[in-house]
Design a protein around this ligand. Structure first.
Ligand code: ADP
Length: 261
């Protein structure tokens, strides 16, 4: 184990003013059958290293659009996104993919697992794609599965896992490249309450290990675990609630502690 991992030592994160994410004046307008749809109408938002932020708001208010733009999966109409000190503006698809591999781990509502591969291969693959030698990638994947309580399933196909285990596997995969920021879009949305609790507990652990997490949810229990809740409406942020207790707990537990293998 080491305390020098990027995800476990907030001071080691490349940053602007200590932020892992700086969003300024972000706008996104889609064209739908010739009609402009203003999904984001000027969003300003920052995240410090190690923060766990939940984004809530009614369907259609722009939550997924915000996550997609931060992930570099789509480009903004206007505004700026600075991720780990590097601007996403003006980057071509190759550069965006490189930044995504380096800095972002994504968790989807419906897992997006590779069903034809084993549990271990699902977690090994992202690191291999990012250029990590196979042996090292596999060692790291085994450590992650161990940590996330899935070590005994390494050789199985994802199909044998419960919903909660499948999402834990998807989270292990998102962590494979030690991302600066984990993005999650409704990660408990497809799970029963036991599976939801399992996944919620895991996010809590990651947060107390210093992992920055930006998560979209409708689930108040998930939002309650976050250190900050950002409320969106009609393409704008309409308010933010801090949970001081959660933030203090997180900063205390990051000192000298790491969940990383
Ligand atoms: P949320 O995640 O809060 O439900 P979205 O970010 O998915 O909201 O969508 C915000 C708005 O943008 C909605 O009006 C939605 O219909 C529209 N929208 C999202 N993606 C597209 C797209 N690819 N083309 C056109 N309109 C879109």
């Amino acid at each position: 184990m080491t305390t020098a991992e990027p995800t476990s030592d907030p001071t080691s994160q490349p940053s602007t003013n200590g932020h892992v994410l700086d969003v300024t004046g972000l706008r996104k307008t889609y064209e739908s059958e010739g009609v402009p749809v203003r999904a984001l109408r000027g969003v300003d938002f920052q995240m410090a290293a190690g923060e766990f932020v939940a984004v809530m708001g009614p369907s259609g208010c722009g939550k997924s659009t915000l996550l997609n733009l931060v992930a570099g999966l789509d480009t903004a109409t206007d505004g700026e996104i600075v991720l780990a000190g590097e601007s996403l503006v003006g980057k071509d698809e190759n550069d965006l993919a490189r930044m995504r591999r380096r800095h972002i781990g994504i968790v989807f509502q419906f897992f997006n697992l590779l069903e034809g591969m084993s549990v271990l291969e699902n977690v090994t693959l992202p690191a291999i794609i990012a250029g990590t030698p196979r042996r090292e990638a596999e060692g790291r994947a085994r450590d992650l599965l161990d940590l996330l309580g899935l070590a005994d399933k390494a050789k199985n196909a994802p199909g044998v896992l419960s919903g909660g285990q499948r999402q834990r596997l998807a989270i292990a995969r998102a962590l494979a490249n030690r991302p600066t920021l984990v993005l999650a879009d409704e990660p408990t949305g497809a799970l029963d309450s036991a599976g939801g609790l399992e996944v919620l507990e895991l996010f809590r652990r990651l947060h107390s290990g210093g992992q920055a997490i930006l998560l979209v949810t409708h689930d108040q229990k998930v939002a309650d675990a976050a250190s900050r809740v950002v409320r969106m409406r009609d393409g704008r942020i309409e308010g933010q609630d801090d949970d001081e207790a959660a933030s203090v707990g997180a900063s205390e537990s990051t000192m000298g502690t790491t969940w990383e293998p």
